[in-house]
Every structure is written in C-alpha cells, then in structure tokens.
Design a protein around this ligand. Sequence first.
Ligand code: SF4
Length: 273
Amino acid sequence: GLETPLKDGDELMLYPALAGGSHTFDELELHELALEFEEKPAQELLVWAIENFHPRLYIAWSGQVEDMVLLDMAWRINPDVRVFAVDTGRLHEETYRLMQEVEDRYGVRVEVYFPDAKDVEELTRKYGINCFYKSVELRHLCCHVRKVKPLLKALSQVDAWITGLRREQWASRHNIMKIEVDHDHGQIVKINPLADWSEREVWEYIKKNAVPYNKLYEAGYRSIGCEPCTRPVAPFEDPRAGRWWWEKDAPKECGMHCSIETGGFEKIADKVI
Ligand code: SF4
C-alpha cells in the first residue's frame, strides 16, 4: 500500500536546502506531493523535479529502457539535465555504445563514477576476478565495491535523484512512492516517475519517440546490469530472473535501491577461504 511511512510522534526532518535555496521540504510534505503526483503523468513530476532541484539533480542511467524514457522526457523539459552512471568495470559493450549514443544524440555528458581502484584490487586479489559466483556474500561485496560505493559518491553531489524503478519489477519495489526520502543516501530526495508504468508502456514510449535503446533487449534481455551477472530470460520468466540467476531466494538487488548489509572486507574475510 501507499500509506504514510510516518507515524504519530515521528520527528520531522528537514532535507537539504534546494536549488536556489528557495524551499526546503520536510518528509510529510514530500509524502503529500507523492500522493498528488501519483495520478499525474511522469512529465509533470519531472517538471517539478527540475524546477526544484536542477542542477543539484541527477538522472540515474544504467542503460535500461526506463532510464532512456526518463532522459528523453527530462531533456525535452531542460536540455541541460544531468545524468550519471556507475561504471562497475563489468558492463556490457552494448551499454557503453548506448552511453556514447546518448551523448551524441542529446548533447549531454554522462557523468561516470568509477569504483575505487584500491577496493577493486583488494577484491580481485583476495577472492578472484569472478568471485561473485562463489557466494552470496562475495556477490554483495562485489556490488558494494563496484556499485554502492560509487553511487554514494555520485549522490553526495546532488539533493535529488531520478530513477527508473517500477513497482512491478520486483517484490522489493512494490511499495515505492513516486517521491521518497532516500534514507540510504544522505536523506536526499528520490524521485521515481515511472513507478506505476508497465513494461509495455515503457516500450510504447521508446518506439513512439524513436528513443535509442540498448541492443541487449533484442537478444532477450529484459533487465540490464553487469555482464557476468545478467542473462536473457525466456518469455515466460520474470524479467528480473536474469539477474544473479544462480542465487536462489536472494533479493535480486545490488544494494543501490535498498540497503544490503555486507560488513565490508573485514566481515567477509572470516567466512571465505
Ligand atoms: Fe559485481 Fe555482479 Fe554486482 Fe556487477 S552485478 S557489481 S559484477 S556482483
């Protein structure tokens, strides 16, 4: 359901002073706005986001169709919109090609954040280049090093971010609001304009507006992440079944959109030989 996350007696926190310093939102106000935007088109929410937060606003880009819809819509509102990507070092070549295509077509620079080189060296020297197949703990550690930490770096630069999360994608996403306070990332504002969109609606927008998309979709992919951890799915499978497919009963999340406790290198060291 979409009930308020606030309970009576909860303390209201104020969130970062926004672009121009004109207005500061509290959690209750953001929740009311989320309810208001629930029935409105994604574009209206993007207008609100850009008016209130740009240039301290990022669109998250990982080469998925949802990101392309948001970028295309936001670019039509303000061609200076800012886009960022986390380059884990393990992305598909098709994703890099699309990134270049995005830059050429929209005239934006995708601001790329990389993992810390020392972390990656430690991870791979200790556990091997493809350690994520060995255990769920190592998979989470790899996601922590290659995705979550660079994401934190990116989000420390802004007051709000826009994501392509959709409720139907996975159980952990069923309850997302269109506007949320991101408690995992410095209490910035997280905006999910496509929360109520279906996969079909996403593709309709892509086709209607001739938006470029990742060629991996033509090879049967329906969710795109790192190359070694993503595979195409059969038509009858859940679209996210192609992510970390060897893990059973795992969250199918990397920790970017929900916190996953890894404990870092120290904790893992006791467990892995
Ligand atoms: Fe590492 Fe796979 Fe996570 Fe990418 S998706 S960061 S390769 S574990």
